[in-house]
Design a protein around this ligand. Structure first.
Ligand SMILES: *[C@@H]1O[C@H](CO)[C@@H](O)[C@H](O)[C@H]1NC(C)=O
Ligand SMILES: *[C@@H]1O[C@H](CO)[C@@H](O)[C@H](O)[C@H]1NC(C)=O
Ligand SMILES: *[C@@H]1O[C@H](CO)[C@@H](O)[C@H](O)[C@H]1NC(C)=O
Ligand SMILES: *[C@@H]1O[C@H](CO)[C@@H](O)[C@H](O)[C@H]1NC(C)=O
Ligand SMILES: *[C@@H]1O[C@H](CO)[C@@H](O)[C@H](O)[C@H]1NC(C)=O
Ligand SMILES: *[C@@H]1O[C@H](CO)[C@@H](O)[C@H](O)[C@H]1NC(C)=O
Length: 557
């Protein structure tokens, strides 16, 4: 199969076999008895039919209307995966889960072990059901969600990427070009049906079918949901749109939903530097035996100064690399971007930042050349891959959500946005601004009216929403949790005083206890509760067993 990704090949298979019925008839020709290892082998059905999959799970490929208020538009499919609690199934509570994105694959999250992590943390008798939102991975089999012109063989690879070092005016022009191109390519596609409200409608549709299958009342059964990162936008939208149906909703690593629906989220970097403060403090506390970058420093501030020196050294002297298959350079930006990503998951990420910084400080360039050299932009002629696809899904979903609300309209406003975010955060502002601020410029894809989310108002949900935020999240700051909580009556923000993206990264019995109590009885933690981690400086105190390192949730922005 060479470089053709499995996604690209399943796309071909799916369209050849036309697995999706073209109308709303019920089909009865599926025999869901064989173990499924490939979503393309499970035909989409309008009934909810669970089939055994990937040895330990059940899967369902649900045919859903592109537009619930206009069935003439036809059907697409949404792929669900269920991890059973192992407890008594007649009393097991289903919890829907989304790991983030937009573009993150819930199916992949389950297959890589998030179900176990969530079940261990939640305790109780809960089934975890995740899904690929429409347009994502296994739910893109009917039609890919992309900015590529899939019928043009010359436009089958990576969108040209200018890198972020070119002049800002060129970067801006580039965004306009890509946005206009993407809009044109999608003039006749179903891209407009991929907004977050459509995803929420899919969840409710699934929930009703699933409830009926279990003998419950589809019109009243409460829905339970756990969302992380962009998954919190899904949850905020769910709670705002179907407030009476909220059973439990836990939103962890919150996006500021109001800004998400504007397509520009400057507050995303509010706590980025706080994440790095944790790194310097934890490293100092752990000392040179456990933190590779602690050195002789006598304070966290001194470690930070040395770290900034390392960055300045690289700024002054980018490292030429000639040892790989292609010559390249290693720059300050490379370190910044590796460290930024690493800060999402401090348990594995902080030791990596420490080793990278230590290697650079001591001039052990061979170590870097061997391991950390970035692969750089995709080769121009590379084929359409899952990775490329998921970055386009992020932009398309965000900009469909923000259609008509995106606030930046010209270069001067964009330049100001980059300056603002650069000032706001030393360790992430500029790169996040350059990567994201201009995404929706030039993109004009409007959702149908049935899928336009009108925005957040003060909402009273049947059961209050539990918001959770860490104090050092590089991309979804605590401020977002508080701002969103203010819009949901009775909700509470539980503060988890650690770095990282998502509270499960660094364990706290305190947080886990409150989460379990909420799940069991709906009881909320007292307003203003702050939970400390079980082990201080945990990332440097663990056995460095990679199998135990906590996985990262999918990135938002
Ligand atoms: C179900 O399948 C049988 C034979 O496979 C067919 O005769 C019947 O018409 C089908 N029923 C529906 C509702 O499609
Ligand atoms: C898509 O889902 C498949 C399982 O069907 C998984 O193996 C793959 O890693 C997923 N892709 C992404 C980009 O998450
Ligand atoms: C996509 O590519 C095909 C084949 O080259 C071309 O005919 C079509 O005009 C292109 N579509 C757009 C929107 O550019
Ligand atoms: C620690 O300090 C000593 C004496 O000043 C110096 O020789 C040594 O290189 C320092 N080690 C590190 C890792 O900075
Ligand atoms: C990309 O895919 C096309 C169509 O399958 C194939 O002809 C081409 O060789 C592939 N290109 C690369 C670089 O793999
Ligand atoms: C957290 O809970 C576990 C399991 O109950 C226990 O072993 C551990 O001692 C607790 N840690 C703290 C800091 O309370």
């Amino acid at each position: 199969m060479g470089r053709l990704s499995s996604l690209a090949s399943t796309l071909l298979l799916a369209s050849a076999a036309s697995a999706i019925p073209t109308s709303f008839e019920r089909r009865n020709d599926t025999q869901p008895s064989d173990m499924i290892y490939d979503s393309a082998d499970l035909p989409a059905t309008q009934e909810l039919v669970w089939a055994p999959c990937w040895d330990n799970y059940e899967c369902a490929n649900l045919a859903v209307p592109w537009d619930y208020e206009d069935e003439a538009v036809g059907l697409t499919s949404v792929f669900f995966i269920k991890a059973s609690s192992g407890g008594d199934q007649s009393s097991a509570q289903d919890i829907l889960f989304n790991p983030g994105g937009p573009g993150g694959s819930g199916v992949n999250a389950i297959l890589t072990g998030f179900d176990t992590q969530i079940m261990e943390n939640f305790g109780g008798n809960y089934n975890i059901i995740s899904f690929d939102p429409r347009g994502v991975n296994n739910s893109a089999l009917v039609e890919p969600l992309t900015c590529h012109n899939m019928s043009d063989p010359d436009n089958y690879g990576q969108m040209p990427s200018p890198g972020h070092s070119i002049p800002l005016r060129e970067l801006y022009a580039h965004s306009v070009a890509i946005g206009n191109f993407c809009t044109k390519v999608n003039a006749e596609t179903h891209a407009r049906y991929h907004g977050t409200l459509a995803v929420v409608q899919d969840m409710m549709h699934f929930h009703k079918l699933n409830t009926a299958l279990k003998g419950g009342d589809p019109e009243t059964e409460p829905i339970w949901y756990y969302g992380v990162s962009y998954g919190t936008v899904i949850g905020q939208t769910l709670a705002a749109y179907y407030p009476d149906r909220v059973g439990r909703v836990i939103l962890d690593a919150n996006v500021y939903g109001v800004q998400h629906y504007e397509g520009y989220a400057p507050s995303a970097v509010d706590d980025t530097d706080q994440a790095f403060k944790f790194f310097f403090e934890y490293c100092f506390e752990a000392g040179p035996e456990k933190c590779a970058f602690a050195g002789n420093s006598t304070s966290p501030q001194e470690i930070e100064t040395r770290y900034l020196n390392v960055l300045q050294q690289l700024e002054d002297n980018p490292i030429p690399i000639s040892s790989g298959s292609l010559p390249s350079i290693y720059t300050r930006r490379d370190v910044m971007s590796s460290a930024f990503s690493a800060a999402y998951g401090p348990m594995s990420g902080f030791p990596q930042i420490a080793e990278l910084a230590a290697a650079l400080e001591s001039g052990e360039v061979s170590k870097i050349a061997g391991e950390s050299v970035p692969t750089g932009p995709y080769p121009e002629n590379a084929n359409y891959t899952e990775e490329i696809s998921s970055s386009e899904v992020l932009v398309l979903v965000t900009c469909v959500d923000a259609n008509g609300r995106f606030p930046l309209t010209n270069f001067e406003e964009y330049e100001k946005a980059v300056q603002t975010m650069t000032r706001e955060s030393v360790y992430g502002g500029e790169q996040i601004a350059k990567a994201n601020a201009a995404s929706c410029i030039g993109l004009d894809i409007a959702p149908p009216t049935s899928q336009v989310f009108p925005g957040f108002e003060n909402t009273k949900t049947a059961v209050p929403v539990l918001f959770i935020g860490t104090t050092g999240d590089p991309i979804t700051p605590l401020s977002s949790a508080f701002r969103m909580s203010a819009l949901f009556e009775g909700s509470v923000v539980l503060t988890h005083d650690t770095p990282g993206h998502g509270y499960m990264g660094i364990p706290s019995n305190c947080t886990t206890g409150y989460v379990q109590a909420y799940l069991e009885s709906g009881d909320m933690p007292p307003d203003g509760t702050i939970c400390e981690p079980d082990v201080s400086a945990a990332p440097f105190m663990q056995d460095q067993d990679p199998a135990k390192m906590v996985r990262r949730f999918a990135k938002h922005w």
